[in-house]
Design a protein around this ligand. Structure first.
Ligand code: ASP
Length: 412
């Protein structure tokens, strides 16, 4: 029985739970709130991961940049492309959220705001003081994300500066990041149950408006991701790499299919590498370096989604955001995408990082968790395509591409 359960792919179990949850909520009405505790259990398990996941993954991510410097020309160009495309992606998410207002018009008075994020610092001085991790242990105990990020970045930079002496510590963080990915996978097995309960609760207590708002969020997530793939990556290939866009996408179609079905950049890594080397003619050294690093830190779909979801949460809970908040979101969503592991559901966990800093209630996570998997599939496809696009562009810029291979991509 248990074997049969685990043999069904997780995404199929999640989608079934989603549909059954909505139907149950409709049939049961507000009483469905009585099973919300199952969803809360799931959300609590996710929150448990926030501190160790940010800490290990962000430190490991920054420390990995050490290799980037070694690779000089390749690393520098890849890093610039990662950062520029990441920022465009977040601002695209913020623009979509601002203009379409997917979370407007939902009456959330039935939702108890169980979790109040840390207060928004009011003045610039408060803001600066609040990001100093006075006591790193306290920061972790309070789940204070901003100072935790600062602390993690500093440790990562410290490892880079220590060079050889820092390697043992770097290994600990690399290994810790892998261990945390495994723990996340265990927690993700709770998703079908959490999703069922949360969707029943959303459908039963908040009704149709809430479901419409969620559908808008899903639609915007797809539109944003498709725009990133078609416009940002398409232009990168056309204007920077000066290669035929159609051949590029043909060459990575396997990686796109695998990433869409697994919702994991890490699981897709071998396929992405194979596509880049065999179908696009990217040299092995550039492909393995840029794509492996990209799978960890270059997540434009996730960055776009974090921006969009933060606005969604602010709209459903009526939180006013200033222009300063927008800039803060753009920085945090980029860091959240760097810190997110390349595994299913990582972006969902990173929402806590952005929400906490701008005063959006963490209850939003419970609200969107039910549909996260469908969105995750698309943002992972975006993340993986971005790694391939950057690897190809950098390979062209540094003369590490075999154009013959690219041309024969017609036969793939
Ligand atoms: N699942 C995504 C990935 O592996 C990360 C995310 O959840 O956004 O790339």
């Amino acid at each position: 029985m248990l074997r049969v359960w685990f043999e069904i792919p997780l995404w199929q179990r999640v989608l079934t739970a989603l549909i059954l949850g909505v139907l149950t909520g409709y049939a049961w009405g507000p009483e469905a709130e009585s099973i919300k505790w199952i969803g809360d259990f799931f959300i609590k398990s996710i929150k448990m991961l926030v501190v160790p996941l940010i800490f290990f993954s962000l430190v490991a991510g920054v420390a990995a940049i050490g290799d980037l410097r070694k690779l000089g020309a390749v690393g520098g160009r890849a890093m610039i492309l990662f950062i520029v495309t990441g920022q465009i992606a977040v601002w695209l998410g913020l623009a979509l959220g601002t203009f379409v207002q997917p979370g407007a018009g939902v009456d959330t008075s039935a939702i108890a705001k169980g979790v109040t994020p840390e207060p928004n610092p009011t003045t610039a001085v408060d803001m600066i003081l609040s990001i100093v991790p006075e006591s790193p242990v306290q920061v972790m105990a309070d789940v204070a994300v901003l100072p935790l990020i600062v602390f993690s970045l500093l440790i990562g930079i410290g490892i880079l500066m220590a060079g050889k002496d820092g390697e043992p510590v770097q290994k600990i963080f690399d290994s810790g990041a892998v261990v945390m990915q495994k723990v996340t996978m265990i927690v993700m097995e709770l998703t079908p149950f959490g999703v069922f309960a949360l969707m029943a609760w959303v459908a039963g207590t908040l009704g149709m408006d809430a479901l419409i708002a969620l559908s808008k969020l899903v639609a915007l997530n797809y539109i944003g991701c498709l725009l990133i793939i078609a416009v940002i990556y398409g232009s990168m290939i056309k204007f920077l790499a000066k290669l035929p866009v159609r051949d590029f996408f043909r060459g990575i179609v396997d990686a796109m299919a695998v990433s869409y079905s697994t919702a994991s950049s890490n699981a897709t890594l071998p396929v992405t590498l194979r596509c880049a080397e065999r179908n696009l003619g990217v040299s092995n050294s550039v492909a393995s370096f840029v794509i492996a690093l990209g799978a960890t830190i270059n997540m434009n779909g996730t960055a776009m989604y974090l921006g969009l979801a933060t606005l969604f949460g602010a709209q459903i809970f009526g939180v006013d955001l200033t222009m300063g908040d927008y800039f803060l979101i753009s920085i945090l969503a980029t860091l959240g995408a760097v810190g997110a592991a390349g595994i299913p559901g990582a972006g969902l966990i990173m929402m806590a990082l952005v929400f906490g800093a701008v005063g959006v209630p963490l209850e939003t996570i419970a609200f969107v968790a039910g549909v996260d998997r469908i969105m995750d599939m698309m943002r992972t496809t975006t993340n993986v395509s971005g790694d391939a696009a950057v690897a190809t562009t950098v390979a062209v810029m540094t003369g590490e591409i075999d154009r013959e291979e690219m041309i024969s991509a017609d036969d793939v």
